[in-house]
Design a protein around this ligand. Structure first.
Ligand code: NAD
Length: 349
């Protein structure tokens, strides 16, 4: 039997990727929709063959608690609302899959983890790249030292924010998004540096620059660049912006060549170029799998006890702490901030 998911928030990601993903998922299925817009929710439910009583409002967690069709609640709201809804869903007895960035404050992320412990429910952060074949392939090549030791990682994650799109308007609003481009796009680079290397940074230096004349950035910062130092001696450079052309790319520079994933984390069309010596081999396209279906199927398997938890709340919290360290360093124009607080991931993806 498939594991039933309730999707909370029917915005771009839910309608464009997650509900379609649940149609092709093998172990997960759409069981309910949760929205602040009853008309939209009823329409989406009807379009997806859900009964009328599988439509919920944001304050309906008591009724959800009584609904055995729902095992997982997937939080797909603006970042500042993740903590409140995650904790309510956990208290309703449901497992939670929560979108990235996990929260807008470290305290909220800690409260989410504590709630999962207290209720003995699973809390997974929706880091789709942990489950995506091209990213997993690069991890395997690096673990196998296929091009010798890795020396440097570069990650570039950004796009142009469009304030006329409601889906971007809240991302430019500090109260709803937290850290703007850093939380929305930069988090992919922070996470990638950590999963590519399977180690944790011990120090960071960061620099930020935001055009004071750009009306998009009244509350959030635009361009942020950082440098992580890892215990092995690897250096990871990261960059994020809401004012450069869409890019989600990374590169691992090794002793004998480079692994270039560009794009590395788009919804489709990702590809890997292996450069051996100076010679680029023909690019390898990522297998055409639905990343969102894979991630939700993984969560379903975690719930069934068939798969380990690869991206728990603790992984989200580590990225939250590293984002804070980046902002702290940038506020002091690149002062070194120590990040060796001892976090280790439980499971190598
Ligand atoms: P969106 O703006 O398109 O959708 C958000 C939904 O929340 C909307 O339906 C909106 O009506 C609702 N909402 C409820 N309260 C709101 C409030 N106070 N202000 C604004 N909207 C409110 O956003 P999205 O792009 O679907 O992003 C949702 C979440 O998913 C975010 O956390 C985002 O970071 C994450 N996301 C992840 C990926 C990924 O690849 N994993 C991609 C896109 C978005």
């Amino acid at each position: 039997d498939k594991v039933g998911f309730a999707i909370v928030g029917l915005g771009k990601l839910s309608l464009g990727q997650l509900i379609p993903g649940l149609k092709v998922a093998k172990g997960a299925k759409l069981a309910a929709v949760v929205s602040g817009h009853p008309d939209k929710a009823r329409r989406v439910a009807a379009e997806n063959g859900l009964p009328a009583d599988a439509v919920y409002g944001y304050d309906d967690y008591d009724r959800m608690a009584q609904d055995p069709r729902i095992q997982v609640v997937y939080i797909v709201l603006p970042n500042a609302l993740h903590a409140e809804h995650t904790i309510k869903a956990l208290k309703a007895g449901k497992h939670v899959l929560c979108e990235k960035p996990m929260a807008t404050t470290i305290a909220d992320a800690e409260a989410m983890i504590a709630a999962a412990k207290a209720t003995n429910r699973h809390l997974m952060i929706a880091y789709r790249c942990h489950y995506e074949p091209l990213n997993l392939d690069v991890m395997r090549r690096l673990r196998a030292k296929s091009l010798g030791r890795v020396r440097q990682i570069n990650t570039t994650m950004g796009r142009q924010a469009d304030p006329s799109d409601p889906s971007d308007a809240w991302r430019l609003d500090a109260a709803l998004s937290g850290a703007g481009a850093l939380g929305d796009m930069g988090v992919y680079g922070i996470s990638a540096a950590r999963y590519l290397l399977n180690e944790e940074p011990v120090a960071v230096q960061a620099w930020a620059w935001t055009d004071p004349a750009d009306p998009r950035f009244k509350e959030t910062q635009d361009l942020i660049n950082w440098q992580f130092r890892f215990p092995s001696g690897v250096i990871a450079n990261g960059s994020t912006s809401f004012a450069y052309a869409p890019t989600m790319a990374f590169e691992a520079i090794c002793e004998q060549g480079r692994l270039v994933a560009d794009p590395a984390a788009f919804y489709g069309g990702n590809r890997l170029t292996v450069v051996k010596g100076g010679q680029a081999q023909p690019p390898v396209p990522a297998p055409p799998v639905d990343q969102f279906a894979r991630e939700m199927d993984w969560m379903a398997d975690v719930v069934r006890g068939k798969a380990p938890m690869v991206s728990p709340g603790e992984e989200g919290l580590q990225d939250m702490r590293l984002m804070q360290a980046i902002l702290d360093s940038a506020a002091k124009d690149g002062a070194t901030v120590r990040t060796d607080w001892g976090y280790r991931r439980a499971v190598d993806p």
